[in-house]
Design a protein around this ligand. Structure first.
Ligand code: IPE
Ligand code: IPE
Ligand code: MG
Length: 254
């Protein structure tokens, strides 16, 4: 089992986080691998490799904190525009991550899921993904959503397509369509919307991430490049989230 995070952080005087108000769903735009590498005079591929290490740490931390859902943006529908070599590196790292981590994730009760057009990923990556889904599907712990070949607009196109098919089949009445029924066609069907979206490396945009689901998410942008994002930075982001007042269009309680 993963060692206790609280014990370690208490002793080091890390961020003051209220353990009773941990966000249920955290989503992360893991950005800045390339710049992290560039700053060190390294190839971008080594930035991505270091990014996988950060992912390991953050998955473990979220599991220990009692976060129920962690969604990580690993590859966007637009990332295919990068050089073929870089796309290859990213796909290989994904395959390798799943191969190496599956048993540890399973041993810690994590459920592995994916959001995105998985069927367009290289065969090897798909094979490891399906193995991971199968192995972890009954687990009671953290749900780890890997956003892979994910695009918020592509997701909404699929929602419309599937809903129209159901209308044509007569299983869905257009008059009965509402936000709840439509959300059942999203990749995240049945999951709560993210409470907190963290973006690393200082960029203040969503880059096509969770367009529907982010409607009322609190967004925390941190300056660290993704490979430098550690438990301490995570706790800091959660603390920032806990200081926000979520109004959902209503009025302030105070
Ligand atoms: C995030 O880091 C990883 C992916 C998008 C796959 P980047 O590769 O975008 O790093 P920067 O933004 O160029 O620094
Ligand atoms: C968003 O980062 C996608 C992922 C983190 C996977 P990008 O680096 O691709 O986003 P832009 O191009 O800076 O908007
Ligand atoms: Mg980037």
């Amino acid at each position: 089992m993963w060692p206790s995070l609280w014990k370690r952080h208490k002793s080091k005087g890390f961020a003051e986080v209220d353990r009773k108000r941990i966000p249920c769903h955290i989503a992360i735009i893991m950005d800045g691998n390339g710049r992290w590498a560039h700053r060190r005079g390294l190839p971008r591929s080594l930035g991505h490799k270091a990014g996988v290490e950060a992912l390991r740490v953050i998955v473990r931390a979220c599991s220990q904190l009692g976060v129920k859902y962690l969604t990580v943006y690993a590859f966007s529908t637009e990332n295919w525009r990068r050089p073929k070599e870089e796309v290859g590196v990213l796909m290989n790292l994904l395959t390798e991550y799943l191969r190496k981590e599956l048993e540890e994730l399973h041993g810690n009760a994590v459920v592995v899921k994916a959001l995105g057009r998985i069927e367009e990923l290289p065969q090897e990556a798909q094979t490891e993904l399906f193995k991971a889904f199968e192995r972890t599907k009954e687990n009671p712990g953290l749900v780890l959503n890997l956003a892979l070949n994910y695009g918020g607009r592509a997701e909404l196109v699929e929602v419309v397509r599937k809903a129209s098919q159901d209308i044509a089949k007569g299983v869905l009445e257009p008059e009965k369509l509402d936000e709840h029924s439509l959300s059942q066609y999203l990749y995240t069907a049945g999951m709560p919307d993210p409470d907190l979206i963290i973006r690393t490396s200082g960029e203040m945009r969503l880059s096509n991430f969770l367009l529907w689901q982010s409607a009322y998410s609190e967004i925390v942008v941190v300056p660290e490049y993704w490979p430098d994002f550690d438990e301490k930075a995570l706790l800091q982001a959660i603390q920032t989230y806990q200081q926000r007042e979520r109004r959902f269009g209503g009025l302030s309680k105070g």
